[in-house]
Ligand binder design. Structure first.
Ligand code: GDP
Length: 301
């Protein structure tokens, strides 16, 4: 609980950049059109996007009317409620244990924080007594493979890796090994960019198909890691990866110090895929489960 509290403080200070212009809106003395216009601008600045912004504004007007609120400071509380409700569908835990092994395919563009997030996720699972096997399916980048080995060593878990190998073959071997070694979870790290003319999505779809060959019920999760600091661009990535791979969940990283934390509202409105974890730093404990209420409150703190 104390760890969670200090982490919440970090989330709050991280989201300060996003929230500062939002909080400013409620410092006046009147609830008028100017307030709503300012709020609209602040939400758009926070990368909430046009759809979520319009939705939140009309939802907020309705709440203000219903409650007969006259104090701008109280409107802020109602906005927190509206945001919490909007974000609630994103709040869903990652469940492992229904399949053995649970196969998790992790995708995302280079630099989003994929490898770091896999390392953190591995620790979470290992701490919960899950036997994890990592698959280094980003065979193109030696650095990615090395980084994943470091995380495997640090967490004392096994890794299937092969220099310059075929990514789909490496993943197939890992899933097969995961079954024969009675692993609880297999996590496959994939490439975020290809050096050849090969289409990334085509390559990822192939890995997905090959995983299903090794285990017909797999992959059980297809997780996209996105950099929250890229705002609307993150939303575009979610849509593109979801269309190609049918995502089951997201990890949104780098919410520490971003001015674009509103992107979660855009996600909730336009592509409500569960946010299993959010990242607010580079340390192991900086990956935490997503709570709609906590996030909304941190944003408006
Ligand atoms: P990959 O290319 O997607 O595998 O990305 P990496 O895992 O190598 O991460 C890229 C950089 O982002 C590294 O310097 C990480 O330490 C950093 N990073 C990852 N997650 C977070 C986060 O939540 N917050 C911050 N500030 N940095 C992060």
């Amino acid at each position: 609980p104390t760890e969670r509290r200090t982490w919440l403080d970090r989330l709050r200070s991280g989201l300060r950049k996003t929230g500062s212009s939002l909080s400013q809106v409620f410092t006046g003395t009147q609830i008028d059109d100017a307030l709503y216009e300012e709020l609209e601008a602040a939400l758009l600045m926070a990368d909430a996007g046009v759809k979520a912004t319009e939705f939140l504004l009309s939802d907020l007007r309705r709440r203000v009317k219903e409650r007969k609120v006259t104090d701008p400071a109280a409107v802020k509380g109602l906005l927190a409620d509206a945001l919490t409700e909007l974000l609630a569908p994103l709040e869903k835990p990652l469940v492992v244990g229904q399949h053995r092994p649970t196969v998790i395919m992790v995708v995302g563009v280079n630099g989003a924080g994929k490898t770091t997030s896999i390392g953190k996720l591995t620790r979470h699972l290992a701490d919960a007594d899950q036997k994890v096997l990592l698959a280094a399916a980003d065979t193109f980048r030696a650095a990615a493979r090395e980084q994943l080995s470091v995380w495997a060593d640090r967490n004392r878990v096994e890794i299937v890796s092969q220099e310059g190998g075929d990514p789909a073959a490496v993943t197939f071997d890992a899933v097969t090994a995961g079954k024969s070694r009675a692993c609880d979870v297999v996590i496959a790290d994939t490439a975020g960019r290809l050096p050849t003319q090969l289409h990334l999505m085509e390559e990822l779809r192939k890995i997905r198909r090959v995983i299903a060959k090794a285990d017909a019920s797999a992959p059980h999760e297809v997780l996209l890691v996105v950099d929250g600091n890229t705002g609307q661009n993150a939303l575009a990535q979610v849509k593109a990866f979801d269309e190609a791979l049918q995502l089951t969940g997201l990890i949104v990283t780098k919410l520490d110090g971003t001015a674009k934390g509103g992107v979660l509202a855009a996600l909730a409105r336009e592509r409500p895929i569960p946010v299993y974890f959010i990242g607010v730093g580079e340390k192991l404990e900086d990956l935490q489960t997503f709570s709609a209420r906590e996030f909304a409150q941190a944003l408006l703190a």
